[in-house]
Design a protein around this ligand. Structure first.
Ligand code: 13P
Length: 249
């Protein structure tokens, strides 16, 4: 199956940044990572509608970076899955470590958000990952397995989704796990997905995220059970993001 390569712009991007998204779409024709590669960009919520409009007709999927579990209500500052969908999003990142650590998001809350995303017809990308302290304590597999178990609702069976393994210590640091470490965690994630969801859990892609760059993408993406990448910093520059996509061939 083709890889899924998604850029997470985090809290970066003004209207002028849409040129980078258009350059990604334009570049896909020439440097596409081979047949079946799916490419997505998740800008801040303020840019979702404009990016979706400016990329309409291109194969680039647009997504949100978070959503509220409720469809509407008195939740000042929040955005619902329905609102993202209406703005043109088809993907949504949920349970990113920056939300788990910065906003106290629990596995149960992430699971509720996943249900909301499915209700709105969005394809969720559910993030998990251990901290450095947890890895050094030999708990990486246990921590990530528990996050998968708690964050994946039964409603995912038969729906399009992916899980993204993003070790917290590799995000924005330039550090990456070894191929063996990635494969160990992805194998554990796969086992947990299958245990929770049965056969549908054996099929959905598992993305790797954390300091993916053009120079390491091909090696990471060829590791077993790596079905794609979730890219932060390097997705802000079209040249770098296209270089990563090329590594998915
Ligand atoms: P970096 O690629 O900047 O390390 O960020 C990874 C990430 O958090 C993507 O969601």
């Amino acid at each position: 199956m083709g890889k899924l390569i998604v850029g997470n712009w985090k809290m970066n991007g003004l209207g002028t940044s849409l040129a980078e998204a258009q350059a990604v779409a334009a570049g896909l024709g020439s440097s596409s990572g081979g047949p079946g590669v799916r490419v997505g960009l998740c800008p801040p919520a303020t840019l979702v509608e404009r990016m979706a409009r400016s990329l309409s007709g291109s194969p680039v999927l647009v997504g949100g970076q978070d959503c509220r579990a409720e469809a509407s209500g008195a939740f000042t500052g929040d955005v619902s899955a329905e609102m993202l969908s209406e703005a043109g999003a088809v993907l949504v990142i949920l349970g990113h470590s920056e939300r788990r650590s910065g906003y106290g998001e629990t596995d149960a809350l992430v699971a509720a958000k996943v249900e909301a995303a499915l209700r709105a017809g969005l394809e969720p990308i559910i993030c998990v990952g251990e901290t450095l302290a947890e890895r050094e304590a030999g708990r990486a597999v246990a921590v990530v397995s528990a996050q998968v178990r708690g964050s994946l609702p039964q409603a995912l069976a038969g729906r399009a989704f992916s899980v993204a393994y993003e070790p917290v210590w590799a995000i924005g640091t330039g550090l990456t796990p070894t191929t063996a470490q990635i494969e160990e965690i992805h194998t554990a994630v796969r086992a947990e997905m299958s245990a929770v969801l049965g056969a549908p859990g054996a099929r959905a892609p598992i993305l790797y995220g954390g300091s993916v760059k053009p120079g390491n993408a091909a090696e990471i993406l060829s590791a077993s059970e790596v079905g794609g990448a979730l890219v932060g910093g390097a997705s802000l520059k079209s040249v770098d993001f296209l270089g990563i996509i090329a590594g998915a061939g």
